[in-house]
Design a protein around this ligand. Structure first.
Ligand SMILES: [Zn+2]
Length: 392
């Protein structure tokens, strides 16, 4: 049964063109999951109607790998067929204790007490429309969970104060990709009310700044932590020694202000920077992607600007060539340059420094690297062994 069609999102494909991806929340009596559509399959997404029951045949099953998500996703592919089903599916709203909530149970209802209420936030959507949301932290004797409330329901929530009992009906639980914690989100038929009597014991409210993670995190001071690619988390800053196992053929670029390196816009034949105004000249900055492996796992790395030129060991002229449009005339020249780059860096070990970021569209972590330095692996191994021997 299709419970909810999440709005499609645009994403940039490897070749720089725009693609669409959309998710549909489906459920049967045993639980819920998501069907993911993209490319040609977007037509199937458009045809689905929320509340109707369908027979889905041949979907690829993918476990969502970010955070400690337990969510299973079904990906529609060229072999998938979807037909309307006469089957009746009654989905019961599960009443749970907060500590029992998982991502695979939807919809759910629970009762608790409000531990903290965050500040209301004004949000500008991609299409320019304004909306608002607010976060609250709800607890019972088994645990606590953040709930995000959107639009009109925000006004309802502002009638509550920390410590108040609250009853929440018809919500879904999802893993927050950034905090790796479960979160509750409202749907169309969600109800939030204040029960006259509550069996949930009184709780101690906490200050909002303690209860909710702020998006801007402080960088770790001092020497960078060494990352292990099987244990990366969003926003982790650090360094990793890894071997380059592939380099993407598709190098993106943008025209940058010579002073501040920000993206400039072309207006009436003149480049304009938001910081520095009109610029007589602008130069392309390359965005390169490659994959590295440290023995524990692999990850995509993206690198921008001068770091790419240095890492690839290319000339200014070669950089300009790589920034040309990807048509037939340039592809061969670009491939020749990249063949030389591959000879230089492929299967070699480098020390990469940067920050782990979640690539939302591919549901994968990547490292945005500031630098890459070739390492002598023998020397490095000696240092690691020494480190082990000298630790207590
Ligand atoms: Zn500028």
């Amino acid at each position: 049964k299709v419970q909810e069609k999440l709005p499609p999102r645009a994403f940039q494909k490897k070749d720089g063109t725009e693609g669409w991806i959309a998710r549909v929340r489906v459920a049967d009596e045993s639980g819920s999951g998501f069907v993911v559509f993209w490319g040609d399959r977007m037509n199937d997404y458009n045809d689905l109607v929320a509340g109707e029951v369908y027979q889905f045949d041949v979907l690829a099953v993918k476990k969502n790998t970010f955070g400690n998500s337990t969510r299973i996703e079904f990906h529609a592919n060229k072999d998938t067929s979807i037909s309307k089903s006469g089957k009746k599916i009654e989905i019961k709203v599960q009443k749970l204790k907060i500590g029992e909530i998982t991502e695979t149970q939807s919809p759910i209802s629970f009762e608790g007490r409000i531990k903290a209420i965050d500040e209301e936030r004004q949000i500008t959507l991609k299409d320019g429309t304004q909306t608002k949301n607010i976060k609250i932290l709800i607890a019972d004797e088994t645990g606590d969970i953040v709930m995000i409330i959107w639009r009109e329901a925000v006004e309802e929530v502002k009638k509550f104060k920390a410590g108040d009992p609250v009853k929440v009906e018809n919500v879904t639980a999802v893993m927050n990709k950034f905090s790796s914690a479960l979160e509750v989100r409202t749907a169309k038929d969600t109800r939030i009310s204040k029960p006259a009597k509550s069996t949930v014991p009184a709780i101690e409210p906490v200050a909002p700044e303690k209860a909710f993670q702020r998006s801007s995190r402080l960088m770790v001071a001092g020497p960078l932590q060494r990352l292990s690619l099987d244990h990366v988390e969003n926003n982790m800053a650090g360094e990793v020694i890894a071997q380059v196992i592939s380099v993407s053929r598709y190098i993106n670029n943008y025209m940058a202000c010579p002073k501040c390196k920000k993206k400039v816009v072309l207006q009436d034949g003149v480049y304009t920077c938001v910081n520095d105004g009109k610029q007589p000249k602008a130069s392309p900055r390359l965005i390169a992607k490659f994959t590295v492996d440290d023995g524990t796992g692999k990850i995509n790395v993206s690198m921008i600007g001068d770091s790419v030129v240095k890492f690839f060991g290319i000339t200014e002229q070669e950089k300009m060539k790589l920034a040309e449009k990807d048509d037939e005339g340039h592809r061969a020249e670009k491939d020749a340059i990249l063949a030389r780059v591959n000879d230089k860096i492929l299967l070699k070990h480098f020390l990469f420094r940067g920050k782990v970021k979640l690539n939302e569209y591919q549901n994968e972590y990547e490292i945005v690297a500031d630098s890459a330095a070739e390492v002598d692996l023998n020397k490095e191994t000696a240092m690691i062994i020494h480190g082990i021997e000298s630790s207590p």
